[in-house]
Design a protein around this ligand. Structure first.
Ligand code: NCD
Ligand code: ZN
Length: 367
């Protein structure tokens, strides 16, 4: 297969930022083949009130009214059962994102203890909002190696590192699912075979997003290249194979969420601690098509990028999209001619480098 027509993709995990970076990134959503973006709330300060989410929604929509933006709230003490009821009533807020404190970009206000949020989860179950989990346990590293008392005391050190942080989190996923079996939960950006197995083990209310970049990367690529560094980090070749198998399997629990996470180039290189995040928005579907083609699974692209996520989130049932729009708004993917990933987007201090800059991938054309 060298070309295919499919409905526009729905990207169920994006970071669109604010200000100048938002202006650079929002126009690349459709360029990447998506007509729906599920927007993460980790701005500075985080989106933790309904009004903030609605204001952010207006700013995004002003930049591209042809995209459906679904908003999320940042799980923090401001989020109460009353806020959940208010959020659901807006019809624009679809979920709540949980970041364990300290695991990734802008997670300082994140969760320390899930038990304190059980009333919130019960309210989400009642109002049918989705819980989006960043599934990693924090490592206890510090920025100054000399100040890290544990560095030289391996016997007492925490055993959590970026390599096992996701696997260590999986018991929390299983526990939350058993306490709130009707709560729809998405384990975001799976990176391990263990995470895929855990999601499969859960009932139909639990699903997972898989990014484009984790279908390509392993930890070796990350070690040498800040543009490939994101949280959770890419893991082993066997994990990557499990992600590819799940994404191409036709199992509706697994769908696209790119976790496209732009950072200015000067925050990625030439700095002691590279910002975590890989920018994939402008070529989202191109990367997926190119990866699926390499394993002879082009027939699985449509469901993974355009169908399973929409079904899990009930986008038509909830009135966010019409069934007619979803089928009418179509894209064509072509192997030849492909498209060469440009070196940079944006200008000046806001320049951001896309994933796989300089490589040629499948092209996306709107029909
Ligand atoms: C994201 C970001 O930059 O906002 N970074 C990342 O590495 N994925 C945050 C996140 O989703 O973890
Ligand atoms: Zn993310």
């Amino acid at each position: 297969m060298t070309s295919i027509r499919i409905p526009a993709a729905a990207d169920f995990h994006v970071h669109l930022r604010d200000g100048t970076m938002m202006e650079t990134v929002v126009p690349t959503i459709r360029q990447g083949g998506a007509s729906l973006a599920y927007v993460m709330p980790n701005l500075v300060p985080p989106i933790s009130s309904v009004q903030q989410a609605l204001d952010y929604h207006s700013r995004l929509q002003a930049l591209d009214p042809s995209v459906t933006f679904l908003m999320t709230l940042y799980l923090s003490p401001e989020i109460t059962p009353e806020v959940i009821a208010e959020a659901a009533a807006t019809g624009k807020i679809a979920g709540v994102k949980s970041y364990p404190k300290g695991v990734t970009t802008n997670s300082d206000a994140g969760v320390v203890d899930y038990a304190s949020f059980y009333p919130v989860f019960a309210a989400m179950e009642e109002h049918d909002l989705v819980l989006n989990l960043h599934g990693e346990c924090p490592s206890n590293s510090t920025t100054s190696l000399l100040n890290d008392a544990e560095t030289f005391q391996p016997a007492t050190s925490s055993t959590t590192t970026i390599l096992n942080a996701e696997e260590s989190f999986l018991p929390t996923l299983l526990d939350l699912h058993s306490r709130f079996p009707k709560l729809r939960i998405v384990l975001e950006h799976c990176t391990t075979a263990a995470a895929i197995a855990a999601v499969k083990q859960c009932g139909p209310t639990v699903a997972a997003t898989i990014t484009a970049h984790h279908l390509y990367l392993t930890i070796d690529n990350v070690a040498g290249n800040p543009h490939c560094f994101c949280k959770p980090v890419a893991k082993l070749p066997s994990d990557r194979a499990a992600l590819m198998a799940a994404a191409t399997s036709g199992d509706p629990k697994f769908f696209l969420g790119t976790d496209s996470a732009p950072h200015p180039k000067n925050k990625k290189i030439g700095t002691a601690n590279a910002a975590a995040g890989v920018f994939t928005q402008p070529y989202a579907v191109s990367y997926i098509a190119t990866a699926f083609d390499r394993v002879g699974k082009m027939d699985a692209v449509r469901a993974f990028v355009a169908e399973f996520g929409r079904a899990f989130y009930k986008t038509v049932e909830k009135g966010w999209e019409s069934a007619e729009d979803v089928t009418k708004d179509a894209i064509e993917l072509k192997k030849e001619p492909g498209v060469k990933v440009v070196d940079e987007f944006g200008q000046g201090e806001g320049v951001v480098v896309p994933f796989m800059a300089g490589e040629t991938v499948w092209s996306v054309t709107w029909l």
